[in-house]
Design a protein around this ligand. Structure first.
Ligand SMILES: [Zn+2]
Length: 212
């Protein structure tokens, strides 16, 4: 079983591609957010600890996330798509040392020029009524200013999607992901996929890379 570590900036299409890969190739989607929520719902000892941390508005430590990954992954019997973890070099190393060990794994990076990402993200509009998301360049609503889904006319440019905030987020991403990419590259298991193509083309290329 080859495990896949899926890496990509906000706006790279990682969320969409994850869903498609799960549907087409039978991966188990492993999102740390989902794992944390599931453990809390189980009311296990660890879950209660996590609940406490979250209720205090604190960040769950890497150690807890790694522990959760260890108990929830059947690396021999299942194939996983690690999404949202690792986010930095220490998490990447810990994931290898504590969870993956010598398991066959591959890191796939959705490679995209940061200026293209900036354009994607600043053109995002969110319906203030139903939460539908549009992009004025790639997926504009049929009638400008009106939500296709609910007919509302409350399309909002969220502060998170304004240029200054997006630039800052992308800069942080770039700085923290660079050593992660170097790390996997040196191990010889990094594959870069050109994510500036259409959604279908990106999916085809990822599948080819993974052989599925
Ligand atoms: Zn709407």
């Amino acid at each position: 079983m080859r495990q896949v570590i899926f890496l990509g900036a906000p706006g790279s299409g990682k969320g969409t591609q994850s869903k498609l890969l799960v549907a087409d190739c039978g991966f188990n989607h492993l999102s740390t957010g989902d794992l944390l929520r599931a453990e809390v719902a189980k009311e296990s000892e660890l879950g209660l600890k996590v609940k406490n941390i979250m209720e205090n508005g604190e960040l769950v430590s890497d150690d807890i996330v790694l522990e959760l990954l260890k108990i929830n992954c059947d690396l021999v019997g299942s194939q996983y798509l690690f999404d949202g973890f690792p986010r930095n070099i220490s998490q990447a190393q810990a994931l290898d040392e504590q969870v993956l060990n010598d398991t066959d794994s591959m890191a796939v990076y959705l490679d995209l020029d940061l200026n293209v990402l900036l354009e994607r993200l600043v053109n995002r509009r969110t319906c203030g009524d139903c939460g539908a998301i549009y992009n004025l360049v790639y997926s504009a609503p049929k009638t400008a200013g009106t939500c296709d889904k609910c007919g509302g006319s409350n399309l909002v440019h969220r502060d998170d999607d304004k240029e200054e905030a997006v630039s800052k987020r992308l800069e942080v991403f770039k700085t923290t992901i660079a050593p992660v990419l170097d790390y996997y590259e040196q191990k010889g298991n990094l594959r870069r996929v050109d994510a500036e193509q259409s959604m279908d083309q990106v999916l085809t290329q990822i599948k080819k890379t993974l052989g599925c």
